[in-house]
Design a protein around this ligand. Structure first.
Ligand SMILES: [Fe+2]
Ligand SMILES: [Fe+2]
Length: 134
């Protein structure tokens, strides 16, 4: 079962960021499916590591985008990314230590990231960018 499917409520109004969010969501759903199928070990850890790499890239791209577009809340948003990445790294290290066993708390964290961060925080930079473009 997926954690969440892409829909308009996740549309932040910036194509590149939407594409990157879709990539992250796809990896999160694959992890959830792997856990549901009882998989552990390398199969799970490879997806987890891909999600980690995509997250580092996405946060960097998003921060560059916010800085370029003169987004006033850029610095706070960057701090929130640092916190998310620290939490993600903690879960990823625990998963590696247990050979790919993913805890429920990890999936609560991912869901919170999608609903509170993308829908709540990322959503705010779109109108700023559109204002500049118009
Ligand atoms: Fe963000
Ligand atoms: Fe984002």
């Amino acid at each position: 079962m997926t954690i969440m499917n892409w829909d308009a409520s996740l549309d932040v109004g910036v194509d590149q960021m939407n594409r990157e969010h879709q990539g992250l969501l796809n990896l999160m759903n694959r992890l959830h499916d792997a856990r549901d199928a009882g998989k552990t070990g390398k199969e799970v850890l490879d997806i987890l590591d891909a999600l980690g790499a995509a997250t580092v890239k996405h946060f960097k791209d998003e921060e560059d985008f916010m800085e370029r577009s003169g987004y006033p809340k850029f610095k706070t948003h960057k701090l929130i990314h640092e916190d998310l990445l620290k939490k993600f790294t903690g879960y990823a290290e625990a998963a590696h230590a247990s050979h790919g066993k993913l805890e429920d708390g990890f999936f609560f964290f991912l869901k919170h990231w999608l609903t509170a961060h993308i829908k709540g925080i990322d959503m705010q930079y779109g109108p700023n960018a559109q204002k500049l473009a118009s």
